[in-house]
Design a binder for this molecule. Sequence first.
Ligand SMILES: N[C@@H](CCC(=O)N[C@@H](CS)C(=O)NCC(=O)O)C(=O)O
Length: 196
Amino acid sequence: MSSPTLYYFDLIGLAEPTRLAFHLGGVPFTDFRFQREQWNEEYKAKSPTGKAPWLQFEDGSYLTESRAILLYAASKAGLVPTDFTELAVCEQAYSIVQDSLPPLSDILHSHGDRETALKNALERLAAADKVVASRQSKEGWINGKGMTYVDLAVFAFVKTFTDRIEGVDMTKYESLQKTYNAVNAEPRIQEYYNKE
Ligand SMILES: N[C@@H](CCC(=O)N[C@@H](CS)C(=O)NCC(=O)O)C(=O)O
C-alpha cells in the first residue's frame, strides 16, 4: 500500500483533514482534484461508490468513506489515539460536528429554506462547541492532550463555515474556534497553505 491517490473535488469538503494528516505525517500521496463537470463526465463512474472522496492504492485496492480515509491517513501521522477512552472522546466530537453537515450542505447548494438550514446548523454547532469545551486542553486540543485527527476535522469544518457561509460569526463558538486556532498555528499547517 504505497503512495496512494486521494480523489476529491477541488474543495476543502470531506478531504481536507486527510490531506492535512498526510502532509503533517510527511506521507507521500497524490492529491487528485477534479471539477464538478469532470466528476459528472468521468470520475463518478470511476468512484467505487459513486461518491467522493476515495483513496486509491497502487495495488488496485481502495478505501472509501471520508472518516475511514482520515483514520488511515491520521494513523500514518501518529494522530489517532491508541487509548480507547481518548479515541471515544475524539469520535464524540467528530460525530457531533458531522451533524451540522446536512444543513451546511443545504446552505452551500441552495437547497430548501436557507434560514431553517442555518438555524439547524447553528444549533448543532452550539452543541458541538459545548461538548468540545468539556475536555479541551488550554491550547485547544479536543482530547485534552495534543493534536489528533478530530482537530483536523474541526479545523476544516470551521474553515468552510468561515470562508463560505455569510452571516455566521464563528468566533461565537469559542471552543471550536480555539481548536481551529491551535491547528492553524502549527508551522506545518502554515507551510501547507503558504504553498497552495
Ligand atoms: N459518507 C460519505 C459521503 C460522501 C459524499 O456525499 N460525497 C459528496 C461530496 S462531499 C459527493 O460525492 N457528491 C457527488 C455526488 O453525489 O454525485 C463520506 O463521508 O465519504
